[in-house]
Design a protein around this ligand. Structure first.
Ligand code: ADP
Ligand code: ZN
Ligand code: ZN
Length: 731
């Protein structure tokens, strides 16, 4: 057959493809076309070529332009994307558009604009640097280029400005070219850094994984500082040597210059870093560098998983337990799960590393689905932190701090060390109350209290972002006796400044690190010991090492012990182990303290006495008894609207559709409609329908039968709703 029709997936929220007539040029499956859609043109991906359509040929509009002569993705990745679109029930056209660089989405050509490269001219090479003492920048450029040609952006990174380059070019000492470098990295691949000799456990892990370059999933469980990154670096060697690429995923907060530099320093190969700060051109170039195997190592957050590597040899997911791997809106995929899927399709090893593996991955390791490798010793000569549980029942608390904790802090500070306090609550206090009548300042648009932000003089709702000035009078009785309830990081900061005026205190949370580079600056100042007391939310817990911190305290663990989110204990345990790993070094062992009203709580006991593994075993047992993940699989339909009844009605109808399309021996339970834990947010009423099945297949079967019918419900167009498969957060 000669195809006459192309089926095209368009970036529209509809679960179908659209037929277009093939005009002058033949499109390719997996490539882009521009097509008329309504009054405008859209860029879509051809999913199939055919010669039939359910519509008469004369009604079908022709393709406006064929944009690619080859598919954008190799078959393995294209298959993963198709699977993900089906599994997460997200329209294929939208899903593909999500994972494409912006330029491609807009229809620009998929070719790399090669960056300008600077090199010395004959005259430039003959220039004595001593003659340029009054132009140190120019001398610097000449010196840099003596070692070889450099990319424009790399030169700029060396504190050289574009005008300097222009001046030198005008003098005829340097010249630019935009040719693609002819020397592929594979030909000059080398390990260029002295590396430590692996310890026995590290060597075992590397040998086990390297023994088989085919698909396998490996969970590396290694305490912080046990040398996981060193293992990753060693795993990369045979991969790069074969000329293959490595894909490394890190959590949002873990993409630090330190991490990136470790990979850049070890090998003389091109490294692409994918982060949210890239502009569209940089993003496209990184994408193309991956596609053409011009980048050897690709490091990035969640979405880097979709890099179209030409010849992928390994996928590494660092801190695999991190919640940022799950996308929380629109295309709600889990990058860790898709990494395993992709590794399978590409037939390459997938490495999941963590000091505190997710219960899901531990379960997979226990059942033999994943290989389980452990690193129990801290590399080098770091020692393990000690910990203690501080029983604060009946103790007087000053801004949440007990006297024994304050005394302990003083000891460490007087010894010239740093101390670090964790509190996962931003602001001054989580509520403002009237001392006369008990009235609480409540957000008008949410079922939630305002958080008091003293420094900015505002009440802020952490759910909808609305804010107002701090009132002077009670909204109910008019009294001026308003008091704060509970403690946030801001209050902790001001209390500590009062308690320890001789030491400098720094607070690190989302409120004061929004500015670009702010977090980096604070972290540098901490490393330079400009501050002695560090206060933070969990932002401070990840990816940073503070060798001079000898005391870490979790100010409040009780809220996590009694949360109605079944994942809260797991998160607390992970936080505890992560913070314990931040502190101390060989000469200065760290001490971790937990303040609690429930020192006998089983979770705290197993965690502090036996460690994460034993906690995880107990937690898995509990999950099994309650039939919670990983022993069952959830999906959530969230619906919201300004009229509560209408939203509830929609979910009732959805429920009725489900009940009317029974499946034989259906093992998928459906619960609800029920109000969401935060019933009203931003003035919208929120309801949920919860699905629970013993495995993914059954969950999928139930949903794929029901969803088309649910989408047909007239109310489905009137309320805002979405589906979250395997939600990380059930609120
Ligand atoms: P992790 O990723 O598990 O936190 P790293 O790989 O960052 O651990 O290792 C922690 C520190 O120990 C690093 O400074 C690293 O260079 C060092 N290190 C790792 N492995 C060894 C080893 N076998 N011998 C000596 N030092 C090591
Ligand atoms: Zn009052
Ligand atoms: Zn609100």
């Amino acid at each position: 057959m000669t195809p006459t029709i192309a089926q095209v997936a368009l970036p529209v929220p509809l679960h179908k493809t659209f037929d277009y007539r093939i005009a002058n040029e033949m499109p390719v499956v997996g490539g882009r076309v521009r097509v008329p859609f309504g009054k405008q043109y859209k860029v879509g991906i051809v999913t199939a070529l055919t010669d039939t359509s359910e519509f008469p040929l004369e009604q079908i509009k022709p393709i406006n332009a064929v944009l690619d002569t080859a598919p954008l993705w190799r078959p393995s990745l294209y298959k993963v994307l198709n699977w993900a679109s089906r599994y997460y029930q997200y329209p294929l056209g939208d899903a593909l558009a999500t994972v494409m660089p912006g330029h491609l989405r807009k229809g620009k050509p998929a070719i790399r604009e090669h960056e300008k490269q600077w090199s010395l001219t004959e005259a430039g090479r003959d220039q004595p640097l001593t003659g340029l003492t009054r132009a140190p920048k120019q001398a610097r450029v000449l010196q840099l280029l003596r070692a070889g040609a450099m990319n424009h952006s790399d030169v700029l990174e060396q504190e050289v400005t574009a005008p300097t380059l222009k001046t030198l070019e005008e003098k005829g000492w340097i010249s630019a070219s935009t040719d693609k470098p002819t020397d592929p990295w594979q030909r000059r691949y080398e390990v260029i850094e002295d590396k430590p000799t692996l310890n026995h456990e590290q060597a075992m892990a590397v040998a086990t994984i390297n023994a088989n370059p085919e698909f396998g999933c490996y969970l590396i469980e290694g305490v912080t500082g046990s040398g996981k990154t060193e293992v990753y670096l060693n795993l990369l060697e045979p991969v790069l040597k074969r000329g293959q690429q490595a894909l490394i995923l890190v959590p949002e907060i873990g993409l630090t210059p330190q991490t990136i530099n470790r990979f850049k320093r070890r090998f003389n190969v091109p490294v692409e870093v994918l982060h949210s700060g890239l502009n569209d051109t940089e993003r496209l170039n990184a994408w193309l560098a991956a596609r053409d195997n011009d980048a050897a190592i690709i490091i990035g957050t969640r979405s880097a998983l979709f890099s179209p590597c030409k010849s992928l040899g390994i996928i590494i997911v660092d801190e695999e337990h991190d919640a940022s791997y799950k996308q929380q809106d629109s295309f709600r995929y889990h990058a860790r799960d898709l990494a395993v899927m992709r590794g399978h399709e590409e037939n390459i090893p997938v490495i999941l590393g963590s000091a505190t593996p997710s219960l899901e991955s531990l379960h997979n390791a226990t059942t033999g689905k994943y290989h389980h490798l452990t690193l129990t010793k801290r590399a080098g000569n770091a020692v393990k932190a000690k910990h203690g549980v501080l029983d604060i029942r009946g103790l007087y608390l000053e801004a949440g701090l007990s006297a024994p904790l304050i005394a302990e802090m003083r000891k460490h500070l007087n010894d010239g060390n740093q101390v670090m306090l964790f509190l996962n609550r931003r602001g001054y206090a989580p509520a403002l109350m009237c001392h006369e009548c008990g009235w609480l300042a409540e957000c008008k648009r949410c079922d939630a209290y305002y958080t008091l932000h003293q420094q900015s003089g505002e009440l802020r709702c952490h759910h909808c972002g609305s804010q107002r000035p701090i009132p002077h009078q009670c909204g109910s009785c008019g009294s001026t006796q308003l008091i704060s309830v509970g403690v946030g990081t801001e209050q902790l900061e001001s209390q500590l400044t009062t308690l320890f005026p001789e030491y400098k205190t720094i607070r690190i949370d989302r409120d004061n690190t929004r500015r670009k580079g702010a977090l980096e600056n604070y972290l540098n100042a901490i490393h330079n010991k400009e501050y002695q007391i560090l206060i933070g939310t969990q932002m401070l817990a990840k990816g940073h090492h503070f060798p001079d911190v000898t005391l870490v305290a979790l100010v409040d663990v009780d809220s996590a012990l009694f949360s109605n989110d079944f994942r809260a204990p797991e998160r607390l345990a992970q936080l505890f182990v992560q913070v314990a790993g931040r502190a101390g070094r060989a000469s200065k062992p760290g001490y971790v303290l937990l303040q609690t009203h429930h020192p006998e709580h089983a979770l705290l006991q197993s965690l502090t006495h036996q460690g994460y593994d034993s906690f995880a075993r107990a937690a898995l047992q509990e999950r099994k008894q309650a039939q919670l993940p990983p022993y069952s699989f959830f999906a959530l339909i969230r619906a919201e609207g300004h009229q509560s009844e209408m939203v509830e009605q929609f979910l009732y109808q959805a429920r009725t559709v489900l009940d009317a399309s029974p499946i034989e021996n259906d093992e998928c339970a459906v619960m609800g409609p029920a109000p969401a834990p935060l019933h009203r947010r931003s003035g919208r009423y929120r309801w949920q329908l919860i699905f629970q099945a013993p495995n993914r297949r059954i969950l999928q079967q139930r949903l794929s039968i029901a969803l088309p019918a649910i989408r047909q419900l007239p109310l489905s167009k009137k309320v805002r709703w979405s589906l979250d498969i395997e939600p990380q957060d059930m609120s």
